[in-house]
Every structure is written in C-alpha cells, then in structure tokens.
Design a protein around this ligand. Structure first.
Ligand SMILES: C[S@@+](CC[C@H](N)C(=O)[O-])C[C@H]1O[C@@H](n2cnc3c(N)ncnc32)[C@H](O)[C@@H]1O
Length: 439
C-alpha cells in the first residue's frame, strides 16, 4: 500500500471494542505470574492470548517478542507449551521475565520461602528492626553507594542491604532470582522516589514502606501466582524449560534466533523519548549491580533521547514528513524521532528474517503528539513493515483498557505526566499493526 493509502485507511478505521478487554479486572490482567513486578507500558495477557488463538495453528509453535519487557508474551507462550524467544536491552527485564516464565514446584517453593522469611524475621525479632540487628553486614554495592544514599533513608538502606545479603546466600539460582525479583519490586515503595511519578524525582516527605513487611507481603502474592502458573504449564515444558525458553539481554535488531523458525511475533515497542527505561529502573539497576555506567547503558535503548544518526536514511515517507515538520519546531527532537524510526525499520527486518513463511508479526503501538506535531507511529509502522518484506495484513484499532499507562503526556516535553498536569493526550487508543510474511 502507498503511504497515502495507509493514511486513508487509518483515518477511516473504526474502533474494534472487542479488543478492549474492558470487562477484565486487575486480578485477571495480573493473573499467574503477571503481577510479579511493575513495568511501564506492559500490555495485558488477554491481548497476547487472543492473537495466539487467532494466528497459531500448530501445537509446537514458536512465539517471539523482540522487546519482551516484563515478559507478557513470553509467559503466555510458555503457559501454552510453546517455545518462547526474545530480547530486551533492559537487564532487569531479563531477570523479571526469566523468573515469571520459569515454573517452580509449589511445595519446594513453599519450603524455600518459609525458610527465607524465618531467617529475616529472626533478624528482625532480635531487635526492633533489621536496621538494629548488628550481626549481619548489609550488602550495599560499593560503586553505587552514592546513588543508594540519594534514594534511600539510612534505616531502609541498611535493612535492604541485610535482606540482599541473605538473598545472595541462597544457593539455588532459580530461587535466588525469585527473591531478587521480589526485592526489586519493593524498592520503589521503600525509597523516597515520588509516588506515582515516572520521572526520577525525590519526595522528602514520603513515608517509605518498611522493606521486611513489603517483601513478605509480595513474596506471598508471588507464591500464589507461581503455583497457579505451575499447574498450567504442560509437564513436558516444566521439566525442560531451557529447551522452550530462549530469552536474552540484547538488541531487538539482532536476535539470537535462527532464520525462519518463528510462527508469530507479538510485541509492543518502545516509544520515542517517552519512558527512559534505564532511568525508571535505576533503583533495581543500582541495588542488583546491573550496569557500570548508567549513561552509556541508556544509549542502547531504542526511543531514547540520547540517540541520533547522521549516515542512515529513513525508508518511510510518512516518517520523513513527521521528521520534516518536527525539524521546523525542534531540531533535536526531530533527530530523535528519525533515529527511532530508523531503528524500528531494522527491528522489522529482523522480524521478517526469523519468521517462517506464512508467519505474522503483531506490533502494538499508539500514535502520539510531541511539541505540537502528530507522531503517527502506527501509520509509520504499517508503511515500514512493507519495506521489510511483509504484506500489511490487518490493522486493529483498540481502546487502551488498563490504567497502567498514564493517559496524558506533556506537550512541551513530550513526556508522560499525571493527568492533572498534562496538556495533551497520550495513548487513548492504540493499534495492532499486523504483517504477513507471504510464501
Ligand atoms: C513497551 S515495552 C515492552 C513491554 C512488554 N510488551 C510487556 O508486556 O512487558 C518496550 C521495551 O523495549 C525495550 N527496549 C528498548 N530498546 C531496546 C533494544 N534496542 N532492544 C531490545 N529491547 C529494547 C525496553 O527495555 C522495554 O522493555
């Protein structure tokens, strides 16, 4: 389809309310292991389930997500007994997704959690809080001490450091990782990070949650989800998870996945200059010691404001028009948008390489507005997948069902803001752009 035809198609597109999943409650969207860890812009499992229902015909399918985030697609694929592969550049994503998609025998997990909680409770009971317990040295990663002091009160950082030391004593890697995900999840509430903010802002008046209490509560919730997930996963997968799970910390533009081996790609991409994932997860990154240099690490993310290209060209005409309009308003933002669409073009090429003939790629994406310019992400994706070899098969227009995404974004900065402070809509609707790799 020509760029003009694509623009007309999107203009005429009606909302398909059957894809809103409006009747689902948070307990449905957060079922099994889906609620282990907060993650910005995660999509709901029901969306992935329906795409699999509609497009996967074989029993031994292979599902891929180039931007697996907190693993919604990966967990869903494993729950059905399919192979799952994917990449994410965010190191904490890898930990979360691995833990969420690895079934653990419930009785064994129960015993491990009880033992772990008894250990830290005993430390706590001896004295008033873990903070006052003298006999265990807190584990605070040395190179990040300054950042940890910046984000945590003395009492909480000592208590967290002691808990972390006990987590590292666990010899079974699967269990240790399980505890680390719980630990990572509670960090935000235990810090002085302004509640509800997607920007790294401190709130000196915040009443921070106590680490032990938060961890205990969250572990019990995770245990319940884990047990439900375990029962769902077919026996053949449970015993051989490494044969089914191929997820890596890496770049979506070059995945360690063989040519023509994938049946379906289901993903939601990053957005240009919206979330700085590296910033957002910095509490986990510093405590779990996941990056040496936060600044360098940030540059590898697609959609980041740290990126620009001088020698690469945009294939999409719709994208070139957006960049042209933005150049008149703000040169730096124009270069960021250009870099984003160039990177995404390479991601589409990669999806085409790994898909079997007859396979489909499904990209979930919303349009947005930055500095007064409409950034037609979905239209650009629909045009661009064609240059990677796909036939534009289907476009689904849907309402965003959950409150996970802040609904508004600030027009000046283009960043998400709370609904009260923003003066522009973020993603009230989004699209699923579906490409078919023809035989
Ligand atoms: C919208 S989120 C995906 C959320 C996911 N669908 C879920 O349900 O959790 C986009 C993801 O792209 C990742 N990302 C950004 N740049 C990347 C790159 N170059 N390669 C792989 N992943 C990247 C971010 O870390 C983030 O996790």
């Amino acid at each position: 389809m020509t760029p003009e035809e694509i623009l007309r198609l999107f203009n005429a597109k009606n909302m398909d309310y059957s894809w809103s999943f409006a009747r689902y409650k948070p307990s449905d969207t957060g079922k099994w292991t889906h609620d282990y860890h907060r993650y910005p812009a995660k999509f709901i499992p029901q969306l992935v389930e329906r795409l699999i229902d509609e497009y996967v015909r074989c029993k031994d399918a292979h599902i891929n997500d180039p931007f697996y985030g907190c693993g919604t697609t990966v967990v869903t694929a494993i729950s059905r007994g399919f192979k799952a592969s994917g990449t994410d550049i965010n190191k904490i994503s890898y930990l979360i997704t691995k833990v969420k998609s690895t079934p653990i025998e419930p009785a064994y997990l129960d015993q491990k959690i009880k033992h772990f909680l008894a250990k830290i409770k005993c430390l706590k009971d001896n004295q008033k809080t873990l903070f006052h317990t003298g006999n265990i040295e807190p584990l605070i990663p040395e190179k990040h001490t300054e950042r940890i002091n910046y984000w945590f009160t003395e009492e909480n950082r000592i208590e967290l450091g002691k808990i972390l030391r006990i987590i590292y004593e666990e010899k079974d890697e699967t269990i240790r990782d399980f505890f680390m995900v719980a630990f990572s999840h509670i960090l935000k509430n235990c810090s002085i990070w302004l509640q509800g903010s997607t920007k790294p802002t401190r709130d000196f008046k915040k009443k921070c949650t106590k680490p032990y209490d938060a961890l205990r509560e969250h572990l019990i919730r995770m245990q319940k989800g884990s047990s439900e997930f375990y029962k769902l996963v077919p026996q053949k997968v449970r015993g051989n998870i490494n044969d089914y799970l191929n997820i890596k910390i890496g770049d979506a533009r070059s995945q360690p996945v063989p040519d023509e081996s994938v049946d379906l790609v289901v993903t939601s991409s990053p957005y240009v200059t919206s979330y700085e994932y590296a910033d957002l997860h910095q509490l986990s990154t510093i405590w779990l010691d996941l990056a040496d240099d936060l600044r360098e690490y940030k540059k590898e993310f697609i959609g980041t404001s740290y990126k620009r290209y001088e020698n690469k060209e945009l294939r999409s005409k719709i994208a070139r028009d957006i960049v042209y309009k933005m150049t008149e308003r703000n040169h730096k933002t124009a270069k960021e948008i250009e870099a984003f669409f160039i990177d995404m073009g390479e991601v589409f090429d990669e999806s085409h390489r790994i898909l079997k003939d007859g396979g489909r790629c499904c990209y979930v994406i919303g349009d947005t507005r930055l500095k007064g310019v409409d950034v037609l992400n979905a239209e650009v994706f629909a045009e661009s997948i064609q240059y990677s070899g796909f036939r534009l098969d289907r476009i689904i227009k849907r309402e965003i069902p959950s409150k996970i995404l802040p609904q508004k974004r600030d027009e000046k900065t283009g960043r998400f803001a709370s609904n009260d402070n923003a003066n522009s809509q973020a993603y009230p609707v989004e699209y699923i752009v579906i490409g078919l790799k023809e035989q």
